[in-house]
Each structure stands twice: as structure tokens, then as C-alpha cells.
Design a protein. Sequence first.
Length: 80
Amino acid sequence: MSYTYADTSLYGNGAAPLSMLDYRRETSYTPDFTQNLLNFVNLTGTQFLTSDVLLSANIYYRRLITGSVNGNVNDSYLSV
């Protein structure tokens, strides 16, 4: 039997067009935040039925919850 648990979060800035960087370089125009919560249980077993036959089984349960927030406020295409 094995058990895996993970609780992670990642914050980063997405790519920004040069036209937006000319305005304010220190501003995050496309923030990206992702958070994950994982619970994973795995149970494996084997049993020889005869000297030539092996029975093998694998049972697992996985629960992953992912949340993500990101955005893009680039409306420079409107000025074309």
C-alpha cells in the first residue's frame, strides 16, 4: 500500500506583449495562480495460483482538486 499527498500552489506572471510593457513594466498584466490538492492511495497485491499462474491486482483511489485563476487584459487589438 502507498499513499501520496500533495498541497501545492504556484504564482507566476504570464507573457505580456511589448506594447503593454511600454506602459508599466512593474505591473502584472496576466497573473497566473494555480493551487492543487491531491490524495492518492494505491494497493497492489500478487498471489501465485499455481507455479505457472500469477494473479495480480491493483486498486487505487485518486482525488485531485485544482483551482486556477488567470487573466489577460490586453485589448491592444481594438486600436488597429
